[in-house]
Design a protein around this ligand. Structure first.
Ligand code: ADP
Ligand code: ADP
Ligand code: ZN
Length: 215
């Protein structure tokens, strides 16, 4: 199964891809997670990416495409299939991905578009908390950790992402509407799109996705 999860920031892509990994054994590649690991490791790529990410801007297409092509090209990822979370986010990225996968003879099976209104998105992003160690995602009100500041799963310290500040949230939403919405239409025209209502609770969203992809 080769799948894309697409949708506005904070709609629940990361939450759903974690469930697909934990319960269905799928392999996921999250562009945002990969960038954050590069930033933590203080690599050149991380330093470059952080200039954009901290402002809520997209990392330039060229840099993003090169990084994702490298990951997707890795054999173990291809064998098991994959779920892409957060990539592609622009038309040039979608076109580059098409070309890469068709060169590999491994076209996409489906694109799942999760949606919710801006109001819900802002509420979700402004309460998001993540684990620095295992990546588990919490929410201050919807899904609080049992002990403040500590991960339920691994005891790791929790953190609030720099780009979940109000200013960066506004920028990311605008970029979603301008640059990522056209990507959803692009896959619609290709007949690959499945629409999922992201306003529902995480378990319901998960059931709908599993039903759509037949996992
Ligand atoms: P994305 O990867 O799309 O940016 P996340 O999975 O990180 O989104 O979710 C953003 C925030 O919203 C997190 O705090 C998460 O716990 C919460 N969240 C995710 N899905 C739902 C849902 N269906 N209902 C309520 N809150 C959710
Ligand atoms: P969210 O789904 O909550 O918006 P992600 O974790 O997917 O966040 O991405 C965090 C940030 O990383 C984005 O706001 C952007 O700056 C950068 N990023 C992630 N994926 C891409 C991409 N495909 N193209 C450009 N920038 C990206
Ligand atoms: Zn953890």
């Amino acid at each position: 199964m080769r799948l894309i999860l697409i949708g506005p920031p904070g709609v629940g892509k990361g939450t759903q891809s974690a469930l697909l990994v934990q319960r269905k054994g799928l392999v996921t590649l999250s562009s945002g997670e990969i960038f954050r690991r590069e930033i933590d490791a203080q690599t050149d790529l991380g330093r470059l990416a952080n200039r954009f990410i901290s402002q809520g801007q997209l990392v330039p297409n060229e840099v993003t495409i090169e990084m994702m092509a490298k990951r997707i090209g890795q054999l173990d990822v291809m064998k098991a299939g994959f779920v892409l979370d957060g990539f592609p986010r622009t038309i040039p990225q979608a076109e580059a991905l098409d070309e890469l996968l068709s060169d590999m003879g491994k076209p996409l099976d489906k694109v799942v578009s999760i949606s919710a209104d801006d109001e819900i998105i802002v509420a979700r992003l402004s309460g998001r908390i993540g684990c620095t160690k295992c990546g588990e995602i919490y929410h201050a009100r919807n899904k609080p950790p049992k002990r403040e500041g500590l991960c339920d799963k691994c005891d790791g310290p929790l953190f609030v992402r720099q780009d979940d500040r109000a200013e960066a949230i506004r920028a990311r939403l605008q970029i979603f509407h301008e640059q990522t919405s056209p990507v959803i239409d692009y896959y619609g025209e290709k007949g690959l799109l499945q629409l999922v209502d992201g306003r529902q609770d995480p378990e319901t969203v998960f059931k709908v996705i599993v039903g759509e992809i037949g996992a």
